[in-house]
Design a protein around this ligand. Structure first.
Ligand SMILES: Cc1cc2nc3c(=O)[nH]c(=O)nc-3n(C[C@H](O)[C@H](O)[C@H](O)COP(=O)(O)O)c2cc1C
Length: 345
């Protein structure tokens, strides 16, 4: 009769949207630890006898859908993401020192556009805390979900010293992260996006590459898989430079994309600074994905798509455009947890 996605949109979402977005966000993360979850996953790994898994080095993704960075910054609800059926969750962004982020309000819904603007500014409890949360959750989920850690720089670290922050995060989290994602694309930390430029990127990635080898020897585990998360506001020559620099420095993949600073295709009259995500981002992030796909004709990198996925068609489109994995954030907020089953089955 009533399907859960419909119940969410008709009853639960209007109720949640009565409250401030950040309050609801914190409430949901908190409830994830209190509410009893059923034993079995809400989504089966096989669909009509077919298995949509994806292998990348030492990682086996049970399906192609993951939760994007920013939803579970401190790795507090991994058990829930596992039960809901995601193959992977990207926790973070984590910075070497805990920080409280930008002043509130810093999260805004654009309901008519099915979009969000955020300028959270990397609020997080720091890598030591996140590491413990991941290790604890991994025991409980029997490694059923891949946990990537998205890392960045502290607000008051000068851009020229940013590589030290990324390396510190790697050092602390190396034995707990299944992969790392280098966030050089959030618009809410001053200067962060400059790390995508010729002035900084090559040096940053070379240092990360060397640190990866060093820590792999120290911990006697395979070199961690590293993704680079890019902005949707890049020019063609910047995309080509990022692609070549990533390949040169043995980066494994590109996550396209983070939020945009542009304000195209929106009807809501909201004049807030920050990154825009959700439906209005889809076209732009798909255009960036296509450009990386064209450069990636020899499959040197794995492409992970992110931006504006709200249903199965959006998901399939990203796969068709060359993505091996797809991540969602805003679609989860507007469609509810039923979106995972709708996409995967
Ligand atoms: C409230 C909020 C916080 C976010 N925080 C982060 C973050 O800390 N690090 C990051 O790399 N991306 C962050 N993102 C970006 C998402 O991971 C994703 O790249 C973007 O929202 C586009 O996907 P979507 O249209 O499915 O939301 C955040 C997005 C939102 C809406």
């Amino acid at each position: 009769m009533f399907e859960f996605p419909m119940i969410y949109k008709k009853f639960i979402r209007p109720l949640l949207f009565l409250f401030k977005p950040e309050f609801v966000h914190n409430f949901v993360i908190c409830m994830a630890n209190i509410l009893p979850l059923r034993k079995k996953s809400y989504v089966s790994d096989e669909i009509d006898g077919k298995n949509f898994s994806f292998k990348l080095g030492y990682l086996n993704f049970k399906n192609r859908l993951g939760l994007a960075a920013g939803m579970d910054k401190d790795a507090k609800a991994i058990k829930l993401w596992n039960k809901l059926g995601f193959s992977h969750v990207e926790v973070g962004t984590v910075t070497p020192m805990p920080q409280s982020g930008n002043p509130k309000p810093r999260l805004f819904r654009l309901v008519k556009d099915e979009a969000i603007i955020n300028r959270m500014g990397f609020n997080n409890q720091g890598p030591e805390k996140v590491r413990l949360n991941i290790l604890r959750a991994k025991k409980k989920t029997h490694n059923g979900i891949i946990v990537g850690v998205n890392i960045g720089k502290n607000m008051n670290t000068p851009v020229k010293n940013a590589s030290e922050d990324y390396q510190k995060c790697m050092e602390i989290l190396y034995d707990s992260a299944d992969y790392f994602s280098l966030n050089v694309s959030s618009p809410n930390t001053e200067g962060l996006r400059d790390l995508q430029s010729e002035k900084y990127l090559d040096e940053l990635l070379a240092k990360i590459n060397a640190k990866n080898s060093e820590l792999s020897l120290k911990y006697k585990i395979p070199r961690r898989i590293i993704f680079l998360k890019v902005a949707p506001d890049l020019l063609n020559e910047e995309i080509e430079f990022i692609f070549n620099t990533a390949v040169k420095n043995e980066i494994d993949g590109i996550i396209a994309t983070n939020t945009t600073i542009r304000r195209e295709n929106i009807v809501c009259n909201i004049n807030e600074e920050g990154g825009l995500s959700g439906k209005p981002l889809k076209k732009l992030s798909n255009e960036i994905l296509i450009k990386f796909s064209v450069l990636n004709s020899e499959n040197k990198l794995t492409l992970i798509a992110c931006g504006g996925v709200f249903d199965k068609n959006n998901f399939k489109e990203k796969i068709k455009l060359g993505a091996e994995l797809v991540q969602i954030y805003t679609g989860f907020v507007y469609e509810g947890p039923g979106i995972i089953k709708k996409i995967l089955q």
